[in-house]
Write a protein that binds this ligand. Sequence first.
Ligand SMILES: *[C@@H]1O[C@H](CO)[C@@H](O)[C@H](O)[C@H]1NC(C)=O
Length: 392
Amino acid sequence: MANPRSLIVLSLAFVFMINSALATAVTYNVASLGAKANGKTDSTKAFLSAWAKACASVKPVVIYVPAGRFLLRNVVFSGPCKNNAITFRIAGTLVAPSNYRVIGNADNWIFFQHVNGVTISGGILDGQGTALWACKASGKSCPSGATTLGFSNSNNIKVSGLISLNSQMFHIVVNGCHNVKMDGVRVSASGNSPNTDGIHVQMSSGVTILNSKIATGDDCVSIGPGTSNLWIENVACGPGHGISIGSLGKDQQEAGVQNVTVKTVTFTGTQNGLRIKSWGRPSTGFARNILFQHAVMINVQNPIVIDQNYCPGKKGCPGQVSGVRISDVTYQDIHGSSATEVAVKFDCSSKYPCSKIRLENVKLTYKNQVAVATCSHAGGTAAGMVQPTSCL
Ligand SMILES: *[C@@H]1O[C@H](CO)[C@@H](O)[C@H](O)[C@H]1NC(C)=O
């Protein structure tokens, strides 16, 4: 047994270590910089002044947002910074202006660009998008709407325990980033809200999305061109349009998608489950080395779908063939119920048929009976129990 004296020395050393770790982080409370927690006073300036101090510091900085509602206009937190350890610790709620026109023509409401080492911990982002959705539904001319939280050309980003509500457009967008971890994110918007994708990733590598719950009107997660080494695990989706790779192949010259893992996901009442879609037109794009593993489908309209004939509004593509090459896509341990008879649909490009599609232990039913699988220009193998019977 250690003698009492060495125990005391040890615990003193421990206390000292904790204190010095905290002491090295400087904290700026936005309320001390003029932000008002009343939900009505524009607090943008206070946040920008906290950011300016944090960005100029060489020490780790915590920007603290206390409880309460803080009204923010569209705001850009720009780097490069001297600092590579800035944490937003948010106890309260950031609220977008209730008049959607104030931020509706900005691409993003809260935007980070050219930053390295930014963490957002906790907090609620309330995009107040419902009036803009209603405007869009009425057919009037409306602004397209802002993404709630955007990261562009940034590295080493962490987002944890964040709640995003009622975004005008996409909730979270990661574009041109490397090493991004999202954990315990919750997205909530109504099932018929337009283009309110939960998390959109493109032109980025090393993005991880864990332990999250996404309910929205469009894709829960959408994976755009130029995404590689993406890991999605333990995500619940619904309502929404599922987890989608695509749309790919909109542009003639386009970066591909590779090495994507989607595991332990649940889809409840969604339009799609695991989807890959590409425009039906020429492109250099591709999707390869994709693993879909351990998925539960509860009353999903298209549980497993590859659609290479996407042509919204039948404009700019009818009659053309997708140039996007899809290969090495594995579906492993996928089970549950389809809301339509066709539970598995591989509708691939006639010029570049899907190849090395693998189905392993897939069981999908329709009204408690056998469902149907349809294939067009799709090649691959089936292993283990596969229901509906594979058409590969
Ligand atoms: C695929 O991506 C994962 C992260 O999602 C990474 O750990 C792994 O090394 C990547 N594999 C290859 C071959 O790049």
